[in-house]
Design a protein around this ligand. Structure first.
Ligand SMILES: Nc1ncnc2c1ncn2[C@@H]1O[C@H](COP(=O)(O)OP(=O)(O)OP(=O)(O)O)[C@@H](O)[C@H]1O
Length: 236
């Protein structure tokens, strides 16, 4: 069973023109998804609906077989989902270690150091870190949490090429080795190339591109039959 699904999902802000129309996608654990599309096409909107930050105007979001509205959006956010926001959303009177401790009982220092922060930087108030360093703290906070779903909005947007590549590999590991469902909104072609599944949004619709060669390497089980109502399996 997919951990997360959208069923005929639609959304419009203030009842005006539709941002999303009839989107049905299944998301599995153990896979990294990249959501691509032109600016303003609804990528962040889709991520917000998946994370229970907003309610669809049509259709539903289902997590572990249950409509997240019925489950309770706050419960869904608390139990199932970690976010890496575009604006980081760090607690600005705390240092990095304290920010990571908010979501996890795991020791924060190894995770922060793995993401390239020095011991001294982890003790500094987050507002005294550079934009890229703050972004890495936000990523560490999400990685340290135990939720099965990780939603990330442009997680490599503020990083140099090498750091972006490193973060991409850490997110991929989180999907493949820790068996999380990692869903990333990105404009980065390099990140998208590393994803197992690419979802392209355009004019409110989604197109799915699978990478069967990557998926087969990770799993010896039979490939799952997709239930999406969108065009499928186009090797890039
Ligand atoms: N609160 C809001 N009220 C009204 N319209 C909104 C609101 N938030 C977003 N929109 C509009 O909805 C559309 C989709 O926005 P969204 O942020 O989901 O796009 P996006 O694909 O993530 O864009 P980008 O790549 O530029 O970040 C845009 O046209 C945007 O202007």
């Amino acid at each position: 069973m997919s951990i997360l699904e959208t069923k005929n999902l639609g959304y419009s802000y203030n009842g005006k023109s539709k941002v999303l129309e009839d989107i049905s996608i299944s998301f599995d654990v153990g896979k990294m998804y990249a959501i691509l599309g032109p600016s303003g096409c609804g990528k962040t909107t889709l991520l917000s609906l998946l994370g229970g930050l907003d309610v669809p105007t049509k259709g539903e979001v289902v997590c572990n077989g249950e409509n997240i509205n019925k489950l309770g959006l706050a419960k869904h956010r608390h139990e199932n989902v970690s976010f890496i926001f575009q604006a980081y959303n760090l607690i600005d009177y705390m240092n990095s270690i304290e920010n990571v401790k908010l979501t996890s009982k795991k020791a924060p220092l190894p995770i922060l150091e793995r993401l390239g922060l020095t011991k001294e930087e982890t003790k500094r108030n987050v507002l005294k870190l550079s934009g890229g360093q703050q972004q890495r703290v936000a990523i560490a906070r999400a990685l340290a949490s135990d939720t099965a779903i990780l939603l990330a909005d442009e997680p490599t947007g503020n990083l140099d090429e090498d750091t972006a590549e490193e973060i991409t590999q850490i997110l991929k590991e989180s999907a493949h080795e820790l068996k999380r469902c990692v869903i990333i909104v990105t404009h980065s072609g390099a990140l998208a190339k590393q994803a197992d599944i690419v979802i392209k949004l355009r004019k409110g619709k989604a197109q799915i591109f699978e990478r069967p060669e990557e998926i087969n390497k990770q799993s010896t089980s039979q490939p799952q039959k997709r239930k999406n109502n969108v065009s499928r399996s186009e090797r890039r």
